[in-house]
Ligand binder design. Structure first.
Ligand code: 5MM
Length: 341
């Protein structure tokens, strides 16, 4: 294992002012996003949409990496440049989603485990040769009353993520491990904090058991938030305090960085919460950055609507959101920036 190389990539992904764009929506997920704007999810529409994002002028100031779906990894710009190369030429590290989605857990069918370990080392070798520097694997954790998640689901997902991480490091690829605690439900912030702590404790225990080199991985995780149906939203300062308190209890110091998913929060909400986390998190041992999909893309997707004529406006909107999120990652965002579009 080339530990120095892995560590350098992990650190580059969480460099100051930069974060990761998650553009790795599977066919099912991107269809859902396109349905929302009335655009058919064809191969070429998906290609044009991703090209709009990746060719946004100046976007490299805010993006250290982009996570791609297999189809996108094999696609090219209209000018015939493979997307992984187009990104690398801008100094943006190309990454790849390697999980194969979720399947019900046999013992607890309302919960899932993530598939994709079969053939993983062969797939990683191919992506590595094409220039992938990092990979991503998502596990989904559901909160339901005091019944879910079960310890069995947490441990099974943690064990699979640790195996995935170990395969990645053996292939020279930095693994991002993403246990997403879903926002769905009416649970309180305190319940989310307890579940997040149990999830991360199980994950780091399995990573250690599988001898994963922590300076050469990144954690992608949810902020600690009350469920969508809980009622009142929590203030950013409260979310920041709960999130950091959870991390301090269970995350080892030698992890280089934590990148947040947005999980269905609105773009301004996710930006404000990231700002509060960075503002309260000065002095923590990890970089606190972003790997948003919806919060970075949502406004640009709405503006694009599948029309080439909307491209300049969509790119301007995407640039502005990335600029705000980058400022939040540095603890320098203020709501006034929302008016600077
Ligand atoms: C949770 O989803 C990840 C982050 O996205 P948000 O910021 O919108 O929450 C995202 O990287 C996700 O893993 C990919 O979009 C792939 O998801 P699917 O469901 O297509 O595997």
């Amino acid at each position: 294992m080339e530990t120095t190389k892995l560590q350098n990539i992990a650190q580059a992904l969480v460099a100051r002012s930069k974060g990761i764009l998650a553009a790795d929506e599977s066919d099912r997920t991107i269809k859902k996003r396109f349905d929302g704007i009335g655009v058919e999810s064809t191969i070429d529409n998906r290609r044009s949409y991703r090209e709009m994002l990746f060719t946004t002028p100046g976007i490299e100031a805010f993006l250290s990496g982009v996570i791609l779906f297999d189809e996108t990894f094999r696609q090219s710009s209209q000018a015939g440049i493979p997307f992984y190369k187009l990104l690398a030429d801008k100094g943006i590290l190309p990454g790849i989603k390697v999980d194969k989605g979720t399947v019900p857990l046999p013992d607890s069918p309302d919960e899932t485990i993530t598939a994709g370990l079969d053939g993983l080392s062969e797939r990683l070798a191919e992506y590595y040769n094409l220039g992938a520097k990092f990979a991503k694997w998502r596990a989904v954790i559901t909160i339901k009353d005091d019944k879910l998640p079960t310890l069995a689901a947490l441990e099974a997902n943690a064990d699979i993520m640790a195996q995935y991480a170990s395969f990645c490091q053996g292939a020279g690829v930095v693994p991002i491990v993403e246990p997403e605690v879903l926002l769905d439900g009416n649970h309180s912030l305190e319940r989310c904090a307890a579940v997040s702590e149990a999830t991360l404790a199980a994950l780091f225990s399995k990573l250690q058991e599988h001898k994963v080199y922590l300076p050469g991985i990144l954690l992608k995780t949810s902020m600690v938030l009350p469920g969508k149906e809980f009622g009142d939203k929590a203030a950013p300062e409260k979310i920041a305090a709960a999130t950091l308190s959870c991390f301090r209890k269970v995350i080892p110091n030698d992890l280089p960085g934590i990148v947040f998913l947005s999980g269905g929060q609105g773009p301004v909400e996710a930006t404000a919460n990231l700002q509060a986390i960075n503002s309260a998190g000065q002095g923590v041992p990890w970089q606190l950055s972003y790997s948003f999909a919806r919060a970075l893309q949502g406004e640009a997707l709405e503006a694009w609507k599948g029309q080439a004529a909307n491209l300049p406006r969509a790119q301007k909107i995407f640039y502005h959101r990335a600029q705000c999120v980058s400022a939040a990652r540095d603890g320098q965002y203020s709501p006034a920036m929302e008016n600077s579009l």
